[in-house]
Design a protein around this ligand. Structure first.
Ligand code: GTP
Length: 366
């Protein structure tokens, strides 16, 4: 970890979601800073009461810092992001009403920020919470305007305050509905993305895994072999073996197809259990399996096949009483130089044919 990463982890936290929340709040802090700067500029021109502006600056600055700490340590403190968003929204409304109180002729302009508060919080809140926050904003605005109109009608004419309240409330309400719709759209897109990812995962499984045995299927094995050919263009020790269960048709005929399937599954599991970590077994078709043993010479491959044979001979499949133990025949060969795997498989196939011809239940090397 670089020093920059370590510093970022200390400041922003290790969790990407938390980091995003901290970054959002930092951006909000900048917005608070911009608004405060505008208020301070307005005080220089005598538009805003200086003492009130300074008090508001202290209040908002302290609030931003406190919320930054709450966001950063929200996981430790056990504060849910939604709860934090509600508190942040209420704090922002209180700041906004304070600005309205001291901003003199700029007070209507300051109400625009109330829309930003609702739009911002909607990302972290449930639709009902956003609606309640919006209602709280409208209530706070109504109460502030009513108080000023009642106590200082010369500067806050009741009619102007009432109409301003109407415009601002309608705007706030519309923004709440619009952001609600946007949120529904986001949720739908998120669901569609999840469905799509699940579908891609299913397709990938279907394309690479044999449904019956859960081994790699032929298509996937061919891809792996092609990749191996590209990786080891000049050839490298690798062996290929073709394994074929003996007298499988008889098992099907005697015990039925379902039992035949159970044998295929049991065989695959037993064989898989005898492999080295780098070996790969695939269902090549029917009751035939292809084994790829990278970085193995012929004696090593024969050892692996002997281990498989030992496991297969001990196999017991429920409901299957065979006259003799289950067995398989195999042809095994080493990849010669940089030859295509198709040629290696061809040789293994011929060796398998010989194993069958010579009486089955054996491994023939080519
Ligand atoms: N149950 C089941 N049977 C299958 C499946 N795929 C192929 N088979 C059967 O496997 C049998 C293979 O028969 P054969 O090729 O004559 O082979 P065998 O009886 O094992 O004879 P040898 O290989 O010469 O020992 C056929 O009866 C196929 O119908 C499958 O997925 N499930």
């Amino acid at each position: 970890m670089t020093r920059k990463d370590a510093l970022a982890t200390v400041l922003l936290g290790p969790d990407p979601k938390l980091r995003r929340m901290v970054a959002y709040w930092a951006a909000t802090g900048v917005l608070y800073g911009v608004c405060t700067a505008l208020i301070l500029v307005a005080t220089d021109f005598g538009l805003v009461d200086r003492a009130g502006a300074y008090a508001l600056t202290s209040y908002s600055f302290t609030g931003v810092l406190v919320f930054m700490a709450l966001v950063r340590f929200s996981a430790v403190l056990g504060i849910a992001p939604r709860t934090l968003a509600v508190l942040q929204g209420l704090f922002a409304i209180s700041c906004n009403m304070w600005v309205y109180t001291i901003a003199g002729p700029l007070r209507e302009a300051s109400l625009i920020m109330l829309l930003v508060v609702v739009a911002f919080c909607t990302f972290a809140m449930r639709p009902r919470q956003t609606l309640l926050l919006s209602a709280a904003g409208i209530a706070a605005m109504g109460a502030t305007m009513w108080w000023h109109a009642a106590h200082d009608p010369a500067h806050y004419p009741p009619l102007v305050e009432g109409l301003t309240f109407g415009f601002a409330s309608a705007g706030l309400f519309a923004i709440t509905l619009l952001t609600g719709e946007m949120n529904k759209l986001r949720a739908r897109l998120k669901r569609q993305k999840e469905d799509l990812l699940a579908a891609v995962a299913t397709i990938r499984t279907l394309a690479t895994v044999d449904e019956l045995t859960s081994l790699a299927n032929r298509r996937h094995m061919n891809e792996v072999l092609a990749a191996e050919e590209r990786r080891q263009a000049h050839g490298h020790a690798a062996c290929i073996a073709l394994l074929d269960i003996d007298f499988f048709k008889t098992i099907n005929d005697r015990f039925g197809h379902a039992h035949g399937d159970a044998v295929l599954r049991a065989f695959a599991q037993a064989a898989q259990g005898a492999l080295r970590g780098s070996d790969m077994l695939a269902r090549w078709g029917g009751e035939e399996f292809l084994l790829m043993l990278p970085n193995a010479d012929l004696p090593e491959a024969q050892q692996v096949l002997a281990r498989i044979a030992a496991k297969v001979v001990a196999l017991e499949v429920p409901g299957l009483e065979l006259d003799c133990a289950l067995s398989f025949s195999a042809g095994v060969t080493a990849r010669a130089g940089g030859e295509p795997f198709a040629d290696t498989i061809n040789r293994a196939d011929k060796a398998l044919y010989r194993a069958k011809a010579e009486g089955r239940n054996r491994v023939v090397a080519a």
